[in-house]
Design a protein around this ligand. Structure first.
Ligand SMILES: NC(=O)C1=CN([C@@H]2O[C@H](COP(=O)(O)OP(=O)(O)OC[C@H]3O[C@@H](n4cnc5c(N)ncnc54)[C@H](O)[C@@H]3O)[C@@H](O)[C@H]2O)C=CC1
Ligand SMILES: O=C(O)C(=O)Cc1ccc(O)cc1
Length: 307
């Protein structure tokens, strides 16, 4: 008989949308014992305690990880270095560490810089490709990861047993787990997640700056709402993500700018063929993506139920 998967003591640093949802999903699966939360301040953890998402609040990073079997880092990527440094002296020898950051290369570098080699081998970099435009523990829910992908980006040093534990953890949270090199992850997510957020923010800011924007938004159709939902995402978090994946993001932003230049020139020059060809190619690609989603293939993003 296979042993039941169970984490006796889980510590989550950053009990917001993703940290809170992971805890709820693991509680739903009845595979977690005592859950300790850690925040910037103790007061910041009051809502998580009141909602019953966490069982106790750690007074410091060191205190919160001191008896943990698993530590999940669920804070903005730029905080990783200081948090790894703060846990270094207090981590028990067996503790597995993982994270949920939207960019992987920079978090892996921070772990390399601030953990011991032993601890680094038990760090499993991860990213649930599921979320919403909301933030905070109040927005967290147990079903967030159901049928969504989690990408793990282990490195050569990653301990296979730690990797297997984190893989099983996410499966119990409802997710489908895949593995990918961190570089490939960062290039792919720059294109499919980080660029769309930049475009949504830039579009809404552009229109909002056009003066009579109250009236413009009043007459906006569904397409505007579809395209811009993610511009309601946390500005603080997204400024952090775009610098955490800066180089890959700049590459894909340059490609997109070229595409927009091509489209602009074609419209200026009345080059209707170029315009319709671009739209035909894009429609075919978007329709294939819709079919894949409907068939239960890659599901990226949120609880948005528009398809
Ligand atoms: N929002 C989304 O849809 C997704 C986010 N992610 C990643 O998940 C991580 C967390 O994002 P969310 O849960 O959306 O953010 P959130 O804002 O809902 O939660 C982050 C939590 O971390 C806490 N925090 C911030 N700095 C801290 C520090 N220095 N020490 C302790 N706690 C600290 C905040 O107070 C907050 O409770 C980020 O790394 C993000 O890239 C991954 C997938 C989806
Ligand atoms: O709200 C949406 O559609 C998202 O795209 C959420 C999201 C945000 C950050 C990620 O790293 C992954 C998913």
């Amino acid at each position: 008989m296979t042993e039941k998967f169970y984490i006796e003591r889980l510590t989550v640093i950053g009990v917001g949308l993703i940290g809170g949802s992971l805890i709820r999903a693991l509680k739903r699966a009845d595979c977690v014992g005592q859950v300790t939360g850690c925040g910037r301040t103790r007061e910041a953890l009051e809502p998580a305690l009141e909602l019953g998402v966490i069982d106790r609040a750690g007074d410091s990073v060191a205190a919160a990880v001191a008896d943990a079997d698993l530590v999940v880092l669920a804070t903005p990527p730029s905080t990783s270095g200081e948090l790894f440094a703060a846990m270094r002296e207090a981590l028990p020898e067996h503790t597995v560490i993982t994270d949920v950051g939207s960019a992987k290369g920079s978090v892996i570098q921070a772990a390399r810089d601030h953990l011991t080699a032993e601890q680094f081998s038990r760090f499993v970099p991860g990213h649930p490709v599921a979320g919403t435009e909301k933030s905070g523990v109040e927005a967290s829910f147990a079903d967030l990861f159901d049928a969504h992908r989690v990408i793990l980006t282990p490195v050569n040093e990653t301990d296979p047993a730690a990797l297997a534990m984190v893989e099983t953890l996410w499966q119990h949270a409802g997710a489908e787990v895949i593995r990918m090199p961190a570089r490939q992850h960062d290039a792919t997510l720059a294109a499919t997640s980080h660029l769309p957020h930049m475009l949504a923010y830039a579009l809404v800011d552009c229109l909002a700056g056009m003066g009579e924007h109250r009236d413009i938004f009043r007459y906006a159709a569904g397409g505007f709402a579809d395209f811009t939902r993610i511009a309601s995402s946390s500005p603080q978090m997204w400024h952090d993500i775009c610098f955490a994946n800066r180089d890959e993001l700049l590459d894909v932003m340059a490609r997109f700018q070229e595409q927009l230049t091509t489209l602009t020139a074609a419209i200026e020059n009345d080059d209707r063929q170029t315009v319709v060809n671009m739209f035909e190619r894009a429609k075919a690609a978007r329709d294939r993506f819709s079919d894949l989603r409907a068939a239960g293939g890659t599901v990226v993003g949120s609880g948005d139920s528009s398809e």
